[in-house]
Design a protein around this ligand. Structure first.
Ligand code: NAP
Length: 224
């Protein structure tokens, strides 16, 4: 994988949805080649056209089916509802081999989405590592960032805690957090993703209780 934003291509599986489209928009704006993945290639092509029109026609965004997007990309990002997490990963398992997967999934269990309910693996990201198998390079990021913030395109008053299977994996994910215009922190091993994924339910509860849609978190007491 290269550090060059011109050559690095990012597949966003489920990039037709709210959170994924926000990330596609930010990375395409930053100059990355972005491949939107979908269960249906036509839906991904329509989403790519939407993002390109948001960017005034400039940028490199293409719509493909999920396995093709994962195959063609240098790095793969997963933004699907938890109910679709396992099936989506099984469908791209071969294509993701040797690549970093950044999992954005929060294992919410409707209707009680303000209550932390983790899967047996410990977290969605740990489950992704299990599904992808030995040697999988998985990071977890963006779980606490609302899609509204991403699509607005301005500064976001919420930091991104990045966990992952190793320091290099986390460092690569942090580069993409920064490319999206956000502040990313190395939050340690993939086992710590339980805290970050769980925090999303806490923030949803705070939003409900205090009438907001934008509750977030900031790391204080340390400078970058
Ligand atoms: N929305 C947020 O503000 C936010 C914030 C932080 C984290 N997240 C997390 O990010 C993930 C995506 O959230 P989202 O709000 O973007 O979700 P979404 O808009 O409901 O769905 C995203 C995409 O997932 C794909 N998908 C695959 N299988 C699906 C299925 N069985 N049912 C529905 N969609 C399916 C769909 O793409 P195709 O039909 O094109 O395949 C859909 O466009 C979730 O795990 C969520 O918890 C969301």
């Amino acid at each position: 994988m290269t550090d060059s934003p011109i050559l690095l291509s990012i597949a966003v599986l489920g990039g037709t949805g709210k959170e994924g489209k926000g990330l596609v928009y930010r990375w395409a704006k930053a100059g990355y080649r972005v491949l939107i993945g979908s269960r249906a290639a036509e839906k991904a092509q329509a989403a790519a056209a939407d993002v390109l029109s948001m960017l005034g026609g400039s940028g490199s965004v293409e719509g493909l089916d999920n396995p093709t997007a994962a195959q063609k990309a240098d790095i793969v990002v997963l933004t699907v509802p938890y109910s679709a997490h396992r099936d989506t990963l099984e469908a791209v398992k071969e294509a993701v081999k040797g690549k970093i997967l950044i999992d954005v999934t929060v294992p919410l269990v409707p209707p009680k989405v303000a209550k932390v309910q983790m899967p047996p693996a410990g977290s969605a990201a740990q489950e992704a590592r299990e599904i992808l198998g030995e040697g999988a390079q998985v990071a977890a990021a963006f779980q606490n960032i609302s899609h509204e913030h991403l699509l607005e395109g301005g500064d976001v008053e919420c930091d991104v805690l990045v966990t992952g299977t190793g320091p290099e994996v986390r460092a690569e994910a942090i580069k993409l957090v920064e490319a999206a215009g956000l502040t990313g922190w190395d939050a340690g091993p993939i086992e710590n993703s339980v805290v970050v994924e769980g925090l999303t339910s806490v923030l949803i509860g705070i939003n409900k209780k205090y009438g907001s849609t934008h509750a977030g978190i900031k790391i204080t007491g340390v400078k970058k």
